[in-house]
Design a protein around this ligand. Structure first.
Ligand code: AHR
Length: 501
């Protein structure tokens, strides 16, 4: 079979929302303390935030950052993080101390400086619907009530005006503080959502779906929760992380996109079922608000993944889920980016989990430097180029078996905007692959390409920060309907094509 990728701008999937490329900062490990915030660091500003880390986040132009958790959320009292009295608390989720030096005001100001909106979360573990509604009042009511005036007294006159809110986190998992059954959570989330929207009708709400398809409550959890909440919420949340399967081979890892695609489609179908059952006109949006590669066991590049909550227990900013990402991880990550684009009709928000030090593209050293991991770069490319309309591509090639089902060695996605095509392609094969792009509607000029490639276990670290970096190439000016390209072995390539004016 001639290997080709058919591109037809009339076959659209849907609009790629900017919120698809959000990220996540949780009060866990060294994400906040020793990550974005390190008052004794030479690069810290007067508020204690590291300016070198802020610059790396700014460079990404992340539109939205989820906060403050994660599992941490389910034991968190937002009042501990505002005002003068900041108690030191035990965080049971991650076995760490929470000093509450950083809270809502500090984080909001930091995110604003980074150019991001905050996706705020309310605690449905130890928290109540009343606590949630009061937090909206504190954040979004202008003045003249106890809590809006408390915000003003705490130094913020204008409302924060936070628009997007998560109702709890992974409430189906027994690792969660005060986990609930689907019935219990569905009822509690519905009542919470009602109160939250009564305080501010303009907010958008995200309800917890199944945290992972590995639990045997999936996808029934999603159905039950939506039966209770469909009329009150705007998004259903999904979380998905990938690591090596028992086969231990990179091909299976890099084929994770196949499984993510099936996961998204099953959740979307479940939401559509509830929509039909309720005769609702509303289409539930999906929010993949945690996704990444997360190695829970040692790998070639990670002798220790700091997955144990007893390590450095009851300290501030202990190491948690710190790992080095290699090229195989970056290709896996690139495949997930393609899957997000290919499901842009239903996935309308997303958060890379996480942003700094904890399963993160940015790593810092205490009183030292920082480096950008291999996954930083495909994320940067998505943030820069995956806008506009997602097109449905057709990939013609033989498939290979993987633990997640058969898939082609090459996987791709396309974002189309104003006459330009941005095509993301991963090559999981150990060989160079020759493909032809077949543009069916108009001939195009290839204007550039950016390639990330190397050996599978190449990675960046503090002493070699630039081993895995993108290489940009400018291209010729031939306008044609077909373009033959060579994809390097083990690579991520972003191709830019433009229609002739
Ligand atoms: O992102 C790390 C953790 O993964 C989050 O706290 C939790 O929501 C998920 O299980």
């Amino acid at each position: 079979m001639k290997k080709k990728i058919i591109v037809n701008k009339e076959y659209t999937v849907g609009t790629i929302e900017p919120e698809l490329w959000g990220s996540f900062i949780e009060h866990m490990g060294r994400a906040v303390y020793g990550g974005i915030y390190e008052p004794t660091h030479m690069c810290a500003n007067e508020k204690g935030f590291r300016q070198d880390v802020l610059a790396a986040v700014k460079e990404l132009r992340v539109p939205l950052i989820r906060y403050p958790g994660g599992n941490f959320l389910s034991g968190y009292n937002w009042r501990d993080g505002v005002g003068k009295n900041r108690p030191v608390k035990l965080d049971l989720a991650w076995g760490q101390l929470e000093p509450n030096h950083v809270g809502l005001h500090e984080f909001y100001d930091w995110a604003t400086e980074a150019g991001a909106d905050v996706m705020m979360s309310v605690n449905l573990g130890t928290g109540t619907p009343k606590d949630a509604a009061e937090l909206i009042e504190y954040c979004n009511i202008e003045k003249g009530t106890q809590l809006s005036d408390m915000r003003r007294a705490n130094g913020r006159e204008k409302p924060f005006g936070i628009k997007t809110w998560c109702i709890g986190n992974e409430m189906d998992g027994d690792w969660q503080i005060c986990a609930l059954t689907a019935e219990e959570y569905g009822r509690k989330a519905a009542e919470t959502a009602k109160m939250m929207k009564w305080v501010d009708k303009d907010i958008r709400l995200i309800v917890c779906g199944s945290s992972t398809p590995d639990l045997n409550t999936y996808p029934e959890w999603d159905r039950v929760v939506l039966q209770h909440t469909y009329d009150y919420v705007d998004y259903l949340s999904l979380h998905r992380y990938y690591t090596y399967t028992p086969s231990g081979n990179e091909w299976d890892l890099m084929s994770s996109h196949t499984d993510l695609d099936a996961f998204i489609k099953t959740v979307a179908a479940t939401a559509d079922y509830v929509r039909a059952y309720k005769r609702s006109k509303k289409r539930m949006k999906l929010s993949l608000d945690e996704w990444n590669v997360w190695h829970t066991k040692p790998t070639v590049c990670n002798p220790d993944v700091h997955n144990d909550i007893n390590e450095e227990k009851w300290t501030i900013g202990p190491r948690r889920l710190e790992m080095v990402y290699d090229l195989a991880d970056a290709i896996t990550f690139g495949g997930m980016i393609c899957t997000l684009i290919n499901n842009a009709d239903c996935v309308k928000a997303g958060c890379l989990a996480q942003l700094v030090n904890v399963i993160a593209p940015i790593m810092t050293q205490k009183n030292g430097g920082m480096f950008k991991q291999s996954i930083y770069y495909p994320y940067l490319l998505a943030l820069r180029y995956a806008h506009g309309t997602a097109l449905r591509l057709k990939i013609c090639a033989d498939k290979r078996e993987s633990v997640y089902g058969d898939s082609e060695p090459v996987y791709a996605a396309c974002a189309y905007e104003n006459g330009t095509y941005r095509i993301f392609v991963i090559n999981k094969s150990e060989r160079e692959e020759d493909y032809t792009f077949d543009f069916q509607v108009t001939p195009v000029i290839m204007t550039g390409r950016t390639v990330i490639t190397g050996n599978l276990h190449d990675h960046n670290d503090f002493s070699h920060p630039d081993t895995v970096v993108p290489r940009e190439e400018r291209c010729g000016q031939t306008c044609a309907a077909e373009h033959a390209v060579r994809l390097p072995a083990y690579s991520i390539t972003l191709f830019l094509f433009r229609e002739e004016k």
